[in-house]
Design a binder for this molecule. Sequence first.
Ligand SMILES: [Zn+2]
Length: 483
Amino acid sequence: MTCRMANKYNGWCKHLPSHADYEEGYCLFHAPKKPEIEHDVQNFNKRIFDHIREAKNAGARCDLSGTIFPGPINFSKIELPAMVFSHAEFTDEVDFGGALFSEESDTIFFHTKFKNKANFLGTHFYGNVFFKNTTFGKIADFWSAKFFKEADFENAKFRDVVDFLGTEFINGVFFTNSSFKNTANFKSTIFKKKVSFDHASFEGAVKFDIPNFNDEVNFRNIFAPDAQIRFLEADLSRVSFIGTDLLAIKFEQCKWPSKRSTLYKRLWVFSRQPIFPRFFRSSLADVLYDEIKTEKHLKEMTYHDWFVESSNEYGRIEDLYRQLKQQSKERHNETEASKWHYREKEMYRKKLLRRRIPLCSVLWWYWAISGYGERPLRAFLAIFFWIGITTAIMNLDWFGLQLLKYVSVSNYYESIVGYSGSFNPQKTWFAILNTIQHALFIKEPLYKAINPIGQTILSFFTRIIIPIQAALFAFALRNKLRR
Ligand SMILES: [Zn+2]
């Protein structure tokens, strides 16, 4: 009688005799493990190795799909052909330590069940490996294993501890939708190409200590309400977190990607002058990779798509920054909090086209003249900007400045109105001094405006705008010094 499972698994076992202890008709490999039947594990394993040898000699891949391994089995340090373990069940420990999987074809652990410890210590996978939908019931150990091609752990379930200490993924690796019920250790794991944890769920401690990321890391949409995820000394230059609650993640001594501030770009030519090097060098800000990626992505869009998408895209990154800020505040790290606060506000500004147009929104001004109350130097320089603007306006012929009658100092000019061909430093200084005097509410300034309109404009700038700017400077300075 042929094995009843033969059809299900492509008939690889159909030439095998039926197992004597089973009336239902199973071959030795597919016979379910039953407590009342004494399994001769040694003989079973010997038959497995015979089967592997046959496949190897024939240069074919070894199909063991659906096999139920009744006891522990040891494949350590064996050179294996391409293997198919789909729907197989390892009821006891299995050791693939130091085993070498051929590159001829894919190794498939599809829907495989490891009911006990699975050891892949130092295993080399030369071909693609699929652990799709595989369940690891006990500890899964991948210490120093090496995956030369793609490794796919999509939907895999790690019910116990899983250890990727020093594991090397030379090609892409996917943990999409996989679930980690206990500790997951990615300490010093080497990811040479892309890695994805999209929609993965974590429940225990997850350690990314000094991971070696070399390409994009997708850490989006992670579900980890009670997990303790930690990134230690990780290079986050290309790690994407959209849709993940960053409050669940602890970042310690990580390297964030950096970006030139918008102001720097606006003043690019100007900022290359050596007079302001420190001011502009400090404009190199830590950001999330998602911000850089999104901006690049949005730039490539048509105007219509941009209009539809940008608000959402920036909104999602704004959420991430808010979470980072909250986290920093909870740890009383005010410097970090300030850094993320600035980014959060930037995303909020960029979210709406209206807010992005220069000069046209309050938020734009708040950004430009004080860096959202976080840039004292910028706010300080802006005071001089307003003094300059006011002086320049008051120098126009229409409402220019005239010497107040009761000020009788012979050196002063009767009037300093108008731009002439030649530059008069003394006149210019008096004009600036006059603006400062008005801003300081000095009762008898050097000059007053010729007409009421001029006087109103002068008052508006010196009694409202410049004091507000000074207050913003004080506010920004306090924010800086509080930290
Ligand atoms: Zn069978």
